[in-house]
Design a binder for this molecule. Structure first.
Ligand SMILES: [Zn+2]
Length: 321
């Protein structure tokens, strides 16, 4: 059975999957990235997980990786990972396993997955925003993933949207992802709790225990504070999508990740804000939807497509067709 090994590296966990050429995940594993203290530690855990998989699937064609903070074939300056210095991950894995290895930023693997199996199927121009711990972005134009000069294009989460705004883990202030992400909406809830007198079931939950899902559940019950938090988040998101819409004129924008599971509670005010901000010629054309795929799975399948399509890392534009 011909397979590809997919690796989705994230700050909380790193997912591995063996994917067959029909894009079926035949085996998967999850590693705890947080417990790794440094680069050596991380690779020890990773190698330990990879070896039995490659032994079990000897016809593995290559390794596809999605990771944050990619620059060409390396991960550089990652703020969420156990290493922030430059790590030549493609070279490391190719040397160890003698398999072609492909690296692309995590937002782009999600976009490839949505194009293959999700709501972006059939779209030639679309943008995927992953709203999880941070905010990831993958842009597909004319059926090709936009990489930029060094594979870094689409680093939207760290666009500053507010002067002297919330402190971001990247060191800057006011980054988009400190507002629009599963973590960002938690910060908004706490800000609104301090600023407003609204009664809310969320007031008894500590910051550590609060989740975007709990905020969504409260909003569904009509909790005014939770609804205000979604309105606040959606305004910023809708404005940013309008900006992207007028810059790239995509057919669709797909929202994925934990915060997107709120579906209509997030979508309705986001679309309303986007339409208000768009020039009339752009209105009622850009489909904004929430993903129907499991975000982790979409990213793993997207990473596998790099291998099956032999998408070269030195090609500035990755085609996914
Ligand atoms: Zn930032």
């Amino acid at each position: 059975m011909k397979t590809a090994l997919s690796i989705d590296i994230g700050g909380t966990s790193t997912k591995l999957a063996m994917v067959d050429s029909q894009y079926k995940i035949v085996e998967n594993h999850r590693l705890n990235t947080k417990v790794c203290k440094n680069e050596a530690d991380f690779f020890e855990v990773l190698f330990h997980a990879i070896m039995p998989l490659l032994q079990a699937y000897p016809e593995t064609q290559g390794i596809g990786i999605g990771a944050p903070s990619c620059r060409a074939d390396a991960i550089v300056g990652a703020t969420n990972l156990p290493f922030s210095e430059r790590v030549e991950i493609v070279k490391i894995l190719e040397t160890k396993y003698a398999l072609s290895t492909f690296l692309i930023k995590d937002g782009s693997t999600a976009a490839l997955g949505e194009g293959l199996f999700g709501l972006a199927k059939g779209m030639r121009n679309y943008i995927v925003l992953t709203l999880g711990t941070g905010l990831g972005c993958g842009i597909v134009l004319n059926n090709e993933i936009v990489r930029g000069s060094n594979g870094q294009a689409g680093e939207l989460g760290h666009a500053v949207i507010k002067e002297n705004g919330r402190v971001c883990k990247c060191g800057k202030k006011g980054c988009l992802e400190t507002y629009v992400s599963a973590t960002g909406i938690k910060r908004t809830v706490f800000q609104l709790m301090a600023d407003m007198q609204l009664e809310s079931s969320l007031r008894t939950i500590s910051f550590a225990k609060l989740t975007s899902k709990a905020i969504f559940e409260a909003a569904k019950q009509g909790d005014a504070l939770a609804l205000a938090a979604f309105e606040y988040t959606a305004k910023i998101l809708g404005r940013k999508i309008a900006e992207l819409g007028m810059t790239f004129e995509p057919e669709g924008v797909i929202l994925a990740g934990g915060l997107a599971s709120a579906k209509d509670v997030l979508l309705r005010p986001t679309i309303a804000q986007m339409e208000r901000d768009l020039l009339p010629a752009f209105r009622n054309q850009i489909k904004v939807v929430t993903s129907l795929l499991d975000t982790n799975e979409a990213a793993l399948l997207g990473a596998a497509s790099l291998v099956f399509n032999n998408i070269k890392a030195n090609n500035p534009l990755y085609s996914h067709s």
